[in-house]
Design a protein around this ligand. Sequence first.
Ligand code: SF4
Length: 416
Amino acid sequence: MTKRTGLYIHIPFCVKKCNYCAFLSFNAETSPRREYADALVSEIALRGEELGHPVIDTVYVGGGTPSVLDISQMRDIMHAVGKSFSVKEGAEITIEANPATLGRKDGVTLAKLQAYKYMGFNRLSMGVQSMDNDRLHCLGRIHTAENVVRDMELIRRKGFDNVNLDLMFSIPGETTRDALDDLRKVLELAPEHISCYSLQIEEGTPFGDMAVAGELTEVPDEEDRETYHEICRVLREAGYEHYEISNFARKGAEDPDGPSPYRSRHNSLYWDMSDYIGVGLGASGFTGGRRYKNTSDIEEYINALTVPPIHEGARVKVPLEEDHLNDGFDNISEAVFTGLRRREGIRYADAVDAYMRRAGGSTAAGPKEEFWRIFSEAKEEAEDYARQGLLIIDDEGLRLTEQGIDISNQIMSLFV
Ligand code: SF4
């Protein structure tokens, strides 16, 4: 498998916190956005230098809501990327842009989209979540379904031809029929890619607090699973390839039987153990077998990167929350855990290759034999899942069936 390298840039600001959100994000209005952009520019330069200005296959600016930054702030960040990394020609360059954050007037939105084009963005990802205004209100989203339709029209007018829309299901009070109605409206917008996630109630969020107080009626598991399988069916029939548990890409016109050209190349890096460099508050990275996570303290982050140390020889450093060198077992375990998210699953050869990158050794006995030697304790249970039609085990590797996805965490945990 060809290894590639991605760059993830985190923008931790949003107009308002959604009721279910546990992501690292702060109120954009009251946060030091300019200082943060300056700190990011400094980290990008540092990481580029530290890694020898590597070749980058994908850039993903996520959040939070990156589109709340001013054009000039985003321009500085992307300029720094171009100076510190060798971004490949044809690289996938994505920005997350939530509806109603691109601009209040069409002219402003078009100007922002035009600026994104100049900066090199060729893929847009929008958090739609629902096409029903009552459900959007329940989620605490700041936009309406009409905003989504309008933004999408302007995005197309500016020539973006690779757009992802995020959709959520199992919103409190939502039925399978409601979710399919949302999906139908999203399909009318003909996005190249759709991510569908079941709402997770997280501790410490307004929804989490309501659930503890018994004020939130969650969708029962059985209905959640029924909705998921119906979504998979409808998207399959609409010509989308279900290539990862929650991700669907429209099939290419030229080769409808081959892999979709609209698969997210950046997210695919995470699932095949490629390297990715994370920059920004709380961002994670995986480079040369090392996993790290930047600090989540915004003041610490900005100060460390924008106030140069005065002592002679002292270097600017990114404050880290985690820093860990994977061993061979970490590598193979992560390769299986993330690889099983893909519908094509994992190949023994790739998983064993990830193991040997850190642990050494040989595959003289063959990758399949080596794989099951490493996971000998998991073999019996894995075969049991295969007998139940939840997992497919063949001579090349293993993959979940659509039913197996319902208990994916249980199956994946065998390999941890
Ligand atoms: S827009 Fe996304 S990151 Fe921001 S608060 Fe809502 S869910 Fe969280």
